[in-house]
Design a protein around this ligand. Sequence first.
Ligand code: NAD
Ligand code: GLY
Length: 347
Amino acid sequence: MISVQVKAGKGYRVLIGAGLLKELPARLSEVTGSKHLMLVSDDSVWGLYGEAVRAALTEAGYRTETYVFAHGEASKNLSVYGALLEKMCDAHLTREDPVLALGGGVVGDLAGFAAATYQRGVPLVQLPTTLLAAVDSSVGGKTAVDLPNGKNQVGAFYQPSLVVCDTDTFATLPETEYQNGCAEIIKYGMLSGSEELFRMLEAEPVRNRYEEIVGRCVSIKRDFVEEDEFDRGLRMLLNLGHTVGHGVEACSGYAIPHGQAVAIGMAAIARGTARKGLFDSASAEELVNLIKAYGLPTELPFSKEEIAEKAQSDKKNTTDAMRIIIPERIGTCRIEKIAPAEFTEWF
Ligand code: NAD
Ligand code: GLY
């Protein structure tokens, strides 16, 4: 097992390893004295792991309330969030009683926002079951739900009290979800400050070394979060490939999954930055080849103008300046402030 300590919020541990869900009751007792909790999941994850987790908690003496909603991004909305809060209220959960989020980023973001807001904040435990949630959404405290006109438009920065990532759960991930997680992992390979992770990803598939790779990614994210918890500066580097990616996702009406869109965005920005002579062309090709090796797309599926229009409505951009993340070399990126009118020159 790998343990990564994050000094944000009250401070918490991210535990990563095979079979960790079996140890959940013992781990939970290290962060809360409460014996009453809310276990949140989606129907797919519940069908695979929910009953076993509930049984282990009940066996250990926890009064376990459950809330299971339909899987998919469409559930990450105010009405599912509101129904969860009402269920917590009906169950008389108090400010000491934790919310446990068992699932991918949709469950983690929604349950996390409920934990952040129910009675002004109750303890949150993230139990990520997708690769993407393990390396990204379960760590760092971004919680949110979507509005009809935009993703993650309502939310809060709210750090968990504990993250338990059981890498055995990745065995049941559909191939596309594995690939979506790998896109974010390749992103970390470009942000770690050295070539080491990138070369590891070239040498062997992620699925051969889940514990080590997830541990490395979480440690990289930890460093950005500790430096810039509220996403005003350096944490923005985690958005490599995301500005173009958000444009691609939006142009597709969210039919193209986030990981694939980020992959396209990373490839596009690598090519654009190489064209400008700011990123070595051979390195750009290495990045594009790595993305392809994980079965991810690299070509723009819409015109640059269409993508730019959608990307520029992103909430992170002001009207007179945009911040994009550009690669400098393998393992190192920087934030570039550009005029919105120049954006299409960069990808
Ligand atoms: P997801 O939660 O929708 O999970 C993808 C699919 O995989 C779902 O159908 C789910 O039921 C299924 N699934 C989950 N675990 C499984 C398992 N072990 N075996 C089989 N199937 C499983 O999507 P995601 O990619 O995990 O997360 C995407 C969400 O995360 C988006 O809403 C995005 O906005 C959010 N996000 C948040 C952050 C953050 O920092 N908070 C960062 C990145 C993404
Ligand atoms: N997913 C990017 C961040 O947490 O900042």
